[in-house]
Design a protein around this ligand. Structure first.
Ligand SMILES: *[C@@H]1O[C@H](CO)[C@@H](O)[C@H](O)[C@H]1NC(C)=O
Ligand SMILES: *[C@@H]1O[C@H](CO)[C@@H](O)[C@H](O)[C@H]1NC(C)=O
Ligand SMILES: *[C@@H]1O[C@H](CO)[C@@H](O)[C@H](O)[C@H]1NC(C)=O
Length: 176
């Protein structure tokens, strides 16, 4: 008597998958393009936005950050000017994950605190290599960005204070 039950299980799974895809389609969808600037104060001090938890295995002068783990609570601003409007924070982890170059694995929550997306978040997970145009997947979101998918493109821009302030220009393309 067990066989008929086993046969039915995949059908139930299929039906529930169909149900969820219809439910997702009914919520409609939007495409948003956000443009903002990421500001990181990395040299410590009272206003620093980073904490390094481990040193890189190869020492700090090695081109690879392999083994370094850092926590960030960086700023998302409207412009590259450090005094421009604060839109939110980028909170998460950066891990030196490459033996051969300076590539990082980054896991970031973009937490918006102003503007039309105040209270919503985007979850960004991916590889970052400074000095290149970095493409990172958006793997989810909350609030206005619930069920989000998409990607970000970011690149370094000239900083008024290169020994303390890292600025990245971000474009985020989001389906939600
Ligand atoms: C830290 O931020 C405060 C408030 O913006 C500012 O007045 C102060 O000069 C900053 N301190 C440093 C060391 O950057
Ligand atoms: C950097 O560190 C890695 C890992 O320890 C090592 O394999 C590599 O040879 C080092 N490179 C330099 C230039 O020191
Ligand atoms: C953002 O939302 C929070 C919570 O609803 C609210 O307290 C705050 O005033 C809002 N900020 C802006 C700038 O609208």
């Amino acid at each position: 008597m067990a066989a008929p039950h086993r046969a039915r299980a995949p059908l139930l799974l299929l039906l529930s998958l169909l149900f969820f895809s219809v439910a997702a389609a009914e919520t409609g969808g939007a495409t948003s393009h956000l443009h903002f600037y990421f500001h990181e104060l990395f040299s410590g001090g009272p206003n620093g936005t980073t904490a390094q938890l481990t040193q890189p295995r190869g020492g700090t002068n090695n081109g690879s950050y392999f083994g370094a783990v850092g926590v960030v609570d960086d700023m998302l601003r409207e412009g590259a000017d450090p005094s421009s409007r604060l839109l939110g924070r980028a909170q998460g982890l950066a891990v030196g994950a490459s033996l051969s170059d300076g590539a990082l694995l980054t896991m970031l929550n973009f937490v918006f605190t102003d503007g039309p997306y105040n209270g919503s978040t985007l979850e960004v997970f991916g590889r970052a290599l400074l000095g290149t145009v970095m493409e990172r997947p958006i793997i989810g979101g909350t609030g206005a960005f619930r069920m989000a998918r998409g990607y970000t493109l970011s690149k370094m821009v000239k900083s008024p204070d290169p020994n303390n302030l890292l600025i990245l220009e971000y474009d985020a393309y989001i389906w939600h």
